[in-house]
Design a protein around this ligand. Structure first.
Ligand SMILES: Cc1cc2nc3c(=O)[nH]c(=O)nc-3n(C[C@H](O)[C@H](O)[C@H](O)COP(=O)(O)OP(=O)(O)OC[C@H]3O[C@@H](n4cnc5c(N)ncnc54)[C@H](O)[C@@H]3O)c2cc1C
Length: 534
């Protein structure tokens, strides 16, 4: 029987992030993936600012930035009645190469379709000596052991050969239809059906030229009956994804005339080579439990959300980062069991929040206006189109500008964060207000040497200190050493005082604030025990 510390089930973007996070911490990991690593139907295409910050720490930034998406491709959003129909509104957004790095982060967001991102992650994972990535291996059964570990039964999908794997922990990153979640009997709550959609991944080298369109990240099509679907750029050259909505019942692919539907909004002349067709259910669901004994749900296995906003895999990657250091700490012996329980306490509310933000974005696609005259060629039709365009672009603005969702998430009520009595900044989906309040992402600020404050975080805990007297931290540092807790002091320059509003900020390995204060606690042992889950 193969034995490993952590078994990761599924090598989608989230499973690979989980494996990388653990591998970089030196943990022994086995990743089992039913497929062969090929992404036939890329779904996720946008990496958020926060995910880019993780890529920076993981050392894959250059590959992600250089993934091949053209730097000069404008990322406009267009609402229209069809590529050759009426344009309702075009909101200009800059190309990646012209996009400024936001003041709140060392990184800007990036377009990197899954067919490029997953292999970048897989390559980084394969460079980790302690991680084994095994494709063509399907997990069929997960048995929780009375000794606290798990045993899984898996099958080689090419030979049919069965084998067993024993692990101290298993992380189910097996996607929205998670077999592991079902086997554990974990239900999901929320909105099971927003609608059914069909995704069509296709090649069209002449789409923009033939339709006379300027480039855009997304074209959203509206008819007199409401939104029809959208066209999303994939590689910025000739690959696209067309998604159209089919209502409340699951479509039978063999009965769909996909190309005819596409032609209605893309026009007759555009070349279309369909590469794959995938029906999917749009829903807003979050698992009732994120943990069952030694098994954790991470990524789409724990939540589903409308793609409106591009929050799905970014949320899952955030979960992998949250859980990674906690598993590492427990396996190394300095983390207590509260650390593992805190994963659900911290991350489940974020999934509830992000999935409801995604649904709100989706609802923004629906106009309140009477659209029956939308295609009328007269002045009244033109007025209606202008008004609807304005309404839709305002109604969906939070989908394209979502810094609050991406950076402003915070871990309230976490058993491993020590709050003070300061009020939380508003949780606005569009606006991010940096703060060093416990539970929040520690703010970014540039240091004099060209590094970001975020570059200080990742390995262990960091005690950020705005004071000059290094000796004052000696007691807590010595205590941490005695308890085998990785803790370092980092002197911060006074230039960051606006963001780091207390003399001390204790930052966790995932870059979130565990505690802050102007003086160190009288009982540093209590603080260290709390933040390490004891
Ligand atoms: C149209 C669309 C557009 C989207 N755009 C974005 C976007 O721009 N940004 C974003 O963040 N998100 C986006 N998403 C969401 C994103 O695609 C998902 O959130 C993301 O793929 C989830 O990653 P995952 O690794 O959790 O699951 P998956 O990507 O589903 O991967 C699960 C993996 O587990 C494997 N597996 C399953 N069962 C087993 C088993 N029993 N044994 C072994 N392996 C198994 C599967 O083969 C698969 O490789 C979009 C989704 C859609 C539908």
């Amino acid at each position: 029987m193969h034995e490993t510390s952590v078994l990761v089930i599924g090598a989608g973007p989230v499973g690979l992030s989980m494996a990388l996070e653990l591998g970089l911490r030196g943990q022994e990991v086995l990743v089992l993936e039913a497929g062969d690593g090929t992404v036939d139907h890329p779904r996720a295409g946008g990496l958020s600012i926060r995910t880019m910050e993780f890529c920076r720490r993981w050392g894959i930034l250059d590959e992600v930035r250089g993934c091949g998406f053209p730097e000069d491709y404008p990322l406009d959003i267009v609402f229209s009645t069809g590529l050759q129909g009426y344009e309702l509104v075009r909101e200009r957004y800059p190309a990646l190469g012209e996009m400024p790095v936001p003041p709140e982060s060392p990184e800007r967001r990036q377009r990197c379709p899954q067919m490029w991102f997953d292999p970048i992650l897989a390559r980084a994972v394969s460079h980790q000596d302690s991680v084994t990535l095994r494709y063509h291996t399907r997990v069929d059964e997960v048995i929780e052991n009375s000794d606290g570990g798990v045993v899984v039964r898996c099958t080689d999908t090419r030979t049919g050969e069965e084998s067993l794997v024993r692990a101290r922990f298993a992380v189910a990153c097996d996607g929205a239809t998670s077999r592991v979640r079902s086997a554990l009997g974990i239900d999901m709550s929320g909105v099971p059906l927003l609608n059914y959609s069909v995704g069509v991944f296709f090649r069209s080298p002449d789409l923009l030229d033939v339709s006379g369109q300027d480039p855009a990240a997304r074209f959203i099509f509206v008819s007199p009956d409401g939104p029809v679907g959208n066209l999303t750029v994939v590689d910025g050259r000739d690959l696209w994804r067309f998604t159209y909505m089919v209502g409340d019942s699951r479509p039978n692919v063999s009965e769909l005339d996909v190309e005819a539907t596409m032609r209605r909004v893309l026009g007759e002349k555009v070349k279309i080579e369909i590469l794959s067709v995938a029906p999917w259910r749009r829903s807003q669901l979050v698992a009732d439990q994120y943990r069952s004994g030694s098994v954790f749900l991470v990524g789409d296995s724990a939540h589903t959300m409308s793609p409106t906003g591009g929050f799905g895999s970014n949320t899952g990657i955030g979960e992998a980062v949250d859980l990674g250091w906690k598993l590492d700490a427990v396996l190394r012996g300095w983390g207590g069991d509260n650390l593992l329980d805190s994963y659900e306490v911290e991350r489940r509310p974020i999934a509830v929040r992000n999935s409801s933000a995604a649904t709100r974005n989706f609802k923004g696609w629906y106009s309140d206006a009477d659209l029956s005259g939308l295609l009328d060629p007269d002045e009244a039709g033109a007025r209606l189109r202008r008004a609807v365009g304005e309404e839709l672009i305002e109604g969906t603005r939070a989908e394209w500008e979502s810094k609050g969702v991406i950076l402003g998430y915070r871990y309230e009520n976490s058993p491993i964060c020590v709050p003070d009595d300061s009020p939380a900044p508003a949780d606005d989906y569009r606006v991010y207000e940096p703060t060093n309040r416990a539970g929040h992402r520690a703010p970014h600020a540039w240091l004099g040497d060209g590094r970001s404050t975020l570059d200080l975080y990742g390995d262990g805990f960091v005690l950020c200190d705005l004071g000059a007297d290094a000796d004052s931290a000696k007691e807590i540092l010595d205590l941490a050493t005695a308890l085998h807790i990785p803790l370092q002091r980092a002197a911060l320059p006074s230039s960051v005082e606006d963001l780091y509003q207390t003399r001390y900020t204790l930052v966790r390995p995932d870059g979130h604030v565990a505690w802050r204060g102007d003086t160190l606690p009288d009982q540093p042992a209590t603080l260290l025990r709390t933040v390490t889950g004891h």
